[in-house]
Design a protein around this ligand. Structure first.
Ligand code: HEC
Ligand code: HEC
Ligand code: HEC
Ligand code: HEC
Ligand code: HEC
Ligand code: HEC
Ligand code: HEC
Length: 692
């Protein structure tokens, strides 16, 4: 999983609304419209509205889309992905346009929502007709006076563009809890049309249904009356992130709904946080969501038993910039009275400087690690984005962070979910499952996924089968098992599992896609087409599904629609190499001018130089127009990648024969003779017989 704004909360597939967990008594309270609080607490409400937290999520309207400099028609070109972007305003609606070159692969997506107050940044969200939310690839940053740039994690050639759906995690940290949410396993949540806008009182004070009637203080959570630990946890639910790079930073407990944490309850009943191991060189990291993580390392925190967020912050008030400094100075002095420089000066400037963050490179934040001296160097100098993929950049122990001694099962699972510690983690997770025999399927699921990630499909298949014996209706396992069996050539068995998954979750685009592909391999082309069309219905920007549908239509000789489908795959995802190859094939079959197919093949090869069939097909096009040396070169490339490809051997042999290199031609034609395909054998024999 590539982490973009924040990997943040990872739900351990308990996913959303499922079974209601047992909570302490306050669970009897429910959430109310936040306007109700405002009527009695007018002053606090008015002041709180100005804060970044109250403005952390909102609709895109003329009243909110005010920083983008519309008069300059904001646009920019992103070289690594060869794409251009422009923000457009049409009346009261806003759009992001994306295209390549002058106007190819153009699409426009409406910006429906904005996440982030803009104190540091604003991220644009699009709501699909199916109610899923996609993060757009371009964001606005306050840095350098305000600018557009790629969203965090997107400054690379193969970014996800507009196709990255957001799950519940951004919402958990950036908003009031939405009322109803359809979160099915393995599919992205469907958000209601009407969503709350901004973090509301009840995210810190808990559900208010009883208090709004009784107005009794005892009927509402006041963090001030909680222990230091519980009170800090109210802020930690959103402000604790050890890292946003793949690790994982946290796991939500199995069975806990995504929005089931309530202030006043132990945070560790809801989620477990992890960190890089000590001594891994990551101790000094500074990321965007780091106030808790850094503060907890400060002497002020460890050596005092009362310091917490609210010692310095009134969460109902804006406290930013020079105007807020005297207030902070007073707070420092509250503990550091006495002599010397403790009585004057801007304590914050020297002891809590602003720094550029490692994960959001266009963002600058306050370092909450209170140090004697700031780290050396220019702390806000520009830096380049760093890309880490699961199990590549950090490989090592995933250490418990909060609580200090979490359940063994979660610690073991954390080792493998993002591949940070696969080799040691697999036996550890297997042993923990043996020992604790958890009722829920999520741990066994993690183990099966880990086997697959470690390149052991047979172990993974066995693990999924075992899991399904106990939990026959667990769709994520049915789907993954189906895909693994399909890849292993056991297509009939694959179809059985995928059909069952579809029966349980008819709208799951991933399941429909996997089933469509498997049916295609069984020759059930009509069924395959229906399943893939249904997958696209569910998720119109699902580029792989458009590509798979194109292939099926190609096989059904519906060439015009095949081309349209493949072109749509490319419009959705211009860097999908396979779609360019398939489109070239469709064009050749439709007898389009060969230059068009050649251009698609060259694109496919630029995107993926190791795509042997593209080299082979290019060889064929060159041969057809008698460009024998070029043809030979293409076939050679194909054979460098797959040395035993009979078609490429035949092609190269034929091209060499045409250029007069008889000896080499014979060698390749003789290899082609060994092909199991009688047609290839016959052709090779034919060319050989014509060689003088
Ligand atoms: C009908 C009026 C009313 C409404 C509506 C109302 N409150 Fe109150 N609230 C009060 C009163 C009265 C007090 C007690 C004030 C006091 O004792 O100083 C209070 C106290 C509080 C306290 C302090 C509790 C303590 O321990 O001292 C909090 C926190 C609070 N309200 C939050 C909320 C939230 C959140 C909402 C919306 C869910 C809300 N209130 C809605 C009237 C209301
Ligand atoms: C773990 C909780 C968490 C998750 C998950 C999370 N964020 Fe944030 N985000 C925060 C916090 C806290 C801040 C403020 C950071 C600070 O100032 O220390 C923030 C800051 C931001 C900002 C900058 C706001 C400003 O200050 O102007 C944007 C934009 C943003 N997040 C977008 C997102 C998006 C989009 C997602 C989902 C892909 C996401 N965040 C997921 C907690 C989270
Ligand atoms: C980000 C968390 C957060 C949000 C959001 C929040 N509060 Fe509070 N609130 C607190 C904390 C923390 C305290 C205790 C402050 C302290 O320690 O003095 C508090 C205290 C209070 C009190 C007690 C009186 C006081 O001033 O100390 C009231 C009343 C209150 N909040 C109402 C509200 C209302 C109404 C809203 C929404 C408009 C709201 N709060 C939003 C965190 C929050
Ligand atoms: C529901 C998640 C959530 C909770 C709970 C929460 N925060 Fe935040 N907080 C955020 C996010 C997200 C931002 C960034 C908002 C933005 O600017 O877009 C933020 C921003 C802030 C800011 C920056 C200033 C501002 O105007 O918003 C401060 C200070 C802050 N939080 C303190 C606290 C404290 C103290 C607590 C605990 C009492 C707390 N927060 C609880 C999510 C949360
Ligand atoms: C709740 C009390 C408290 C508050 C508030 C507080 N500190 Fe501290 N601070 C401490 C304690 C306790 C120590 C450790 C003193 C010792 O080890 O002798 C400390 C240590 C420090 C140190 C030395 C750090 C080191 O690593 O040696 C610095 C610098 C510092 N504080 C600055 C600040 C500044 C600046 C503020 C305000 C932004 C502040 N403190 C607010 C309690 C506090
Ligand atoms: C010792 C004082 C102190 C404590 C304790 C403290 N903060 Fe801060 N915080 C600051 C200062 C100073 C700023 C910078 C304000 C400004 O922009 O001028 C700040 C800024 C922030 C911001 C705004 C974004 C940024 O990074 O500039 C957030 C969010 C925040 N604090 C969250 C928290 C949370 C959550 C806690 C509890 C873990 C916390 N703070 C504890 C002093 C403190
Ligand atoms: C111009 C920069 C600067 C400002 C402003 C400043 N400090 Fe410091 N402070 C330092 C430096 C440098 C040290 C480390 C001295 C050393 O290590 O010998 C220090 C050390 C400290 C220490 C640790 C002292 C000890 O002997 O353990 C504390 C506590 C502290 N400062 C608090 C504050 C407070 C509170 C303020 C605001 C009233 C403040 N500082 C303002 C630069 C500053």
């Amino acid at each position: 999983m590539v982490r973009l704004w924040a990997i943040g909360v990872i739900l351990v597939a308990g996913w959303g609304c499922g079974t209601a967990p047992k909570l302490p008594a306050i669970a009897a309270r429910t959430y109310v419209e936040t306007r109700q609080c405002d009527t009695c607490h007018k002053e606090i409400a008015a002041s709180y509205k100005q804060t970044g937290m109250a403005r952390a999520f909102y609709k895109a309207t003329p009243a909110t889309m005010t920083v983008e400099h519309w008069e300059r028609s904001p646009r920019f070109d992103h070289k690594p992905s060869n794409r251009s972007y422009q923000l457009l305003r049409r009346g009261d609606r806003y759009f992001l346009r994306r295209w390549q070159g002058t106007d190819s692969n153009m699409l426009e997506l409406e910006i429906h929502y904005v996440m982030g107050s803009g104190n540091a940044a604003r991220s644009y969200l699009h709501r699909t007709p199916q109610g899923r939310l996609a993060e757009l690839p371009v964001a606005w940053y306050a840095d350098a006076g305000g600018k557009l740039a790629m969203s965090p994690g997107y400054d690379r050639s193969d970014h996800q563009d507009h196709r990255r759906k957001i799950s519940t995690d951004c919402f958990f940290c950036h908003n009031a809890y939405p009322a109803a949410l359809d979160t099915k396993p393995a599919s992205e949540p469907v958000f209601a049309e009407s969503l709350p806008e901004g973090i509301d009182c009840q995210r810190c004070h808990g559900p208010g249904s009883v208090h709004v009637k009784s107005t009794k203080p005892a009927d509402i959570v006041n963090p001030k009356r909680l222990s230091r630990e519980r009170s800090l946890e109210v802020c930690m639910q959103c402000h604790l992130e050890t890292t946003s790079f793949p690790l994982p930073n946290s796991l939500v407990k199995v069975g806990r709904g995504a929005f089931s944490y309530q202030p006043g309850q132990p945070l560790s009943d809801f989620m477990t946080h992890f960190d890089h191991a000590k001594g891994s060189g990551r101790e000094g990291k500074f990321e965007i969501v780091s106030s808790v993580y850094r503060l907890r390392q400060s002497k002020c925190f460890t050596a005092s038993d009362k310091l917490q967020c609210t010692t310095c912050h009134d969460p109902h008030k804006v406290q930013r910039g020079p105007a807020a400094r005297p207030g902070f100075l007073k707070t420092c002095q509250g503990c550091h009275q006495g002599q010397g420089h403790f009585t004057k000066g801007d304590c914050v400037q020297c002891h809590m400087p602003k720094r550029r963050t490692e994960d959001v490179v266009h963002g600058v934040m306050t370092d909450h690690l209170i140090q004697r001296r700031p780290p050396p160097g220019n702390l806000t100098a520009p830096i380049a984005e760093r890309h880490e993929t699961p199990g590549k950049s950090y490989v090592g122990e995933v250490a418990p962070y909060y609580p200090a001694n979490p359940d063994e099962l979660y610690v073991a699972l954390a080792q493998v979910v993002q591949r940070s510690n696969l080799a040691a983690g697999i036996p550890r997770l297997a042993a923990a499952i043996q020992k604790h025999r958890p009722q829920e399927p999520q741990f066994a699921f993690g183990l099966a996924q880990a086997h697959a990630a470690a390149g052991k499909p047979n172990e993974a298949i066995a693990a999924y089968r075992e899991l399904l014996q106990a939990h026959p209706s667990y769709v994520p396992a049915l789907r993954n098992l189906g895909e693994l069996l399909h890849a292993a050539g056991q297509t009939n068995d694959a179809v059985l599992h995928l059909e069952k998954a579809r029966g349980l979750e008819p709208n799951n685009a991933g399941v429909l896609h996997a089933l469509g592909r498997a049916w295609r391999d069984q020759g059930k082309l009509a069924d395959a087409q229906t399943a893939l069309e249904e997958a696209i219905n569910q998720d119109p920007d699902f580029a792989d599904a458009h590509n798979s549908l194109g292939l099926v239509l190609l096989e059904r000789k519906d060439l015009a629609r095949a081309q349209a489908s493949l072109q749509e795959a490319i419009r959705q995802q211009p860097d999908l190499a396979e779609a360019h190859l398939n489109l070239a094939q469709a064009m050749l079959m439709a007898e389009a001018p060969p230059q068009q197919a050649q251009a698609e093949l060259e694109t496919a090869i630029r995107l993926n130089p190791r795509m042997a069939p593209a080299h082979e097909l290019l060889g064929l096009i060159h041969s057809a127009s008698g460009r024998w040396p070029l043809a030979a070169a293409s076939y050679r490339k194909a054979l460098e990648i797959t040395p035993d490809a009979p078609r490429a051997q035949l092609g190269l042999g034929s091209a060499l024969a045409a250029t007069g290199d008889r000896e080499a031609a014979r060698r390749y034609l003789n290899l082609a003779l060994r092909s199991p395909d009688p047609n290839i054998q016959a052709e090779a024999r034919d060319v050989l017989s014509q060689l003088p």
